[in-house]
Every structure is written in structure tokens, then in C-alpha cells.
Design a protein around this ligand. Structure first.
Ligand code: NDP
Ligand code: 8X3
Length: 253
């Protein structure tokens, strides 16, 4: 994997952090991105201690000008991104549609959908020029099904699923692989963000069953991107064994 570069958005916690570690472990140089600079520095230190090359890039995916500036600022040896992992995203709130907070809706659409598009738009031209590259979009079981009160988060992840399938078609003539990864319940900071820092409510989401870990998802991403160049694992839905659908989870009472 000498001199291959991966860029992971939302690497400051959860699935993104674990993916950066997993890809470093199989030899990728890693560009780690997110808004929390101190977390990026902490991750960069860990990756460097493993002997890898790492570049922290601090930007907000929902701000198009920040995305363009950050990607344009990449030094020469980092400009050719082989693997883009579009992971940054979150749910904000869990309310019936009539009670939803418009600011929460905007955040989910701006980050999960527009942010993914801004980053992709900045990276894809170089992949098209080189006729190679792999894009991993992190969707969700919420992009395959809708659940009560999930309305706009589910819509944002359905959009990610549609964009992923559209990317695979449009980039097909250019030899670029596009992989959708759609996890079910994974214990990360996800629920803490959704419930605006309410630790007890967030903990309850993962009580009574064994959720997936960020490392479970990261291992799968590392496996998918390291398949031979003629193989694409196009659409991966990954659930904890206790979860049968977005709404059916076998919890011990
Ligand atoms: P975390 O909250 O642990 O991580 C979210 C990451 O996204 C953080 O690194 C955060 O970084 C980054 N992020 C959020 N907003 C922005 C922004 N505006 N600009 C840049 N980075 C941003 O959650 P997960 O690891 O669980 O979530 C990762 C992805 O997985 C998301 O797309 C989520 O929807 C998806 N997912 C999660 C599941 C779960 O159950 N946990 C299941 C299915 C899908 P920072 O705050 O530093 O900017
Ligand atoms: C995260 C999984 O079911 O909490 O996308 O929406 S879920």
C-alpha cells in the first residue's frame, strides 16, 4: 500500500476515527478531517506512533468555501486521494415531523447531504483524471428504511443512498469504485449528538443488546477497499445480530 492516500471525513470520533486507524493499519497515508482540531491532533499522534504518514485537515464539511480551501491547500504529495471515506454526519433530534426543529433539519441536510457532495466535488476530478479511486459513502439503515420520528435524518440518509448509486453509474466509465456502507446501531457519539448531550438518554439507546462498535464498521471498510481492483462491494448493510430492521431490536428486559 506504499504511498496510497485515504481521506476520512468525520475522523474526530466514532466510525471515522476507527476507519482512519484501520486504514493506517493496512498501510494507507491518512488525511484526517473534522471540526475539532484537538481531536484531530490526538488521532494524528496515534497514527504517527504506528509509523504512518498523517495530515490533519480542519474544516466544516457543510461550508462549501471551507471545503474548497482545505482541499486546495493539500500539499503536492497529498493531492492524489485514492480512497475517499465520506463519513462525517449526525442525527440532530428525534421528533414527530410537526415538532421538528428547522435548525436541526438544516444541519442534517447541510452536513449529511450537502457536505458529502461538497467534499466529493472537490476530490472526484482528480480521480477522474487518474481513472482510478474508491469512494465509500456512509449511509445508514435509516437510508434503507424510515422509522417513526426519524423523518429528516432518514431522508438525509436516503439521499446518501441515492447519491451513492448515482455516483456509481456516473463514475463507472472512469473506473472509480463506489461503495455504500449502511450500518444499523453503532455505539459512538451519535446518540449524544442526536440528544444534544443527554448522556442518560443516549446510553439507553444501546442498553439490553450488543450494538456494533465503530471498529466493526472500520474493519469492513478496510476489507471492502482492499478487494482487488476489479471487485466492488457496492452496497453493504451491516446490523448488530440483535437488530432485524430499523425498528426491531431484540432487547433483554
Ligand atoms: P460520531 O458523532 O461519533 O461522529 C460523527 C463525526 O462526524 C465526528 O467526527 C464529527 O466531527 C463529524 N462531523 C459532524 N458534523 C461535521 C461537520 N459539519 N463538518 C465536519 N465533520 C463533521 O458518530 P458516528 O461515528 O456514529 O457517525 C459517523 C457516520 O455514521 C455518520 O454519517 C452517521 O450518520 C453514520 N451512521 C451512524 C450510525 C450509528 O448508529 N452510530 C449508524 C448508521 C450510520 P466534528 O464534530 O469534530 O466535526
Ligand atoms: C444511525 C442508525 O437507527 O439510529 O444511522 O438511525 S439509527
Amino acid at each position: 500500500m506504499e504511498n496510497k492516500t485515504a481521506l476520512v471525513t468525520g475522523a474526530t470520533s466514532g466510525i471515522g476515527w476507527a476507519t482512519a486507524v484501520a486504514l493506517a493499519d493496512i498501510g494507507y497515508n491518512i488525511i484526517v478531517t473534522g471540526r475539532r482540531a484537538e481531536k484531530l491532533e490526538a488521532l494524528a499522534k496515534i497514527l504517527k506512533e504506528k509509523g504512518g504518514k498523517v495530515l490533519p485537515l480542519n474544516f466544516d464539511v457543510s461550508k462549501e468555501s471551507e471545503v474548497i480551501q482545505a482541499i486546495n491547500s493539500l500539499p503536492g504529495e497529498w493531492k492524489e486521494v485514492d480512497i475517499l471515506v465520506n463519513n462525517a454526519g449526525n442525527a440532530h433530534g428525534l421528533s414527530p415531523i410537526q415538532d421538528g426543529d428547522v435548525r436541526d433539519w438544516e444541519a442534517m441536510i447541510d452536513i449529511n447531504v450537502k457536505g458529502l457532495l461538497y467534499v466529493s466535488k472537490a476530490i472526484i476530478p482528480s480521480m477522474v483524471n487518474r481513472k482510478k479511486g474508491t469512494i465509500v459513502n456512509i449511509g445508514s439503515i435509516a437510508g434503507k428504511e424510515v422509522y417513526p420520528n426519524g423523518n429528516v435524518y432518514c431522508a438525509s440518509k436516503h439521499a446518501v443512498d441515492a447519491i451513492t448509486n448515482g455516483m456509481r453509474m456516473d463514475l463507472n466509465p472512469h473506473g472509480i469504485r463506489v461503495i455504500g456502507v449502511h450500518p444499523g446501531l453503532v455505539e459512538t457519539e451519535f446518540s449524544l449528538v442526536r440528544f444534544k448531550g443527554d448522556e442518560e438518554r443516549s446510553r439507553k439507546v444501546y442498553e439490553g443488546f450488543q450494538p456494533l462498535t465503530a471498529e466493526d464498521i472500520a474493519d469492513t471498510i478496510a476489507f471492502a477497499v482492499s478487494r482487488p481492483a476489479h471487485v466492488v462491494l457496492a452496497d453493504i448493510v451491516m446490523l448488530p445480530t440483535a437488530q432485524a430492521s430499523a425498528t426491531i431490536v431484540n432487547k433483554k428486559q
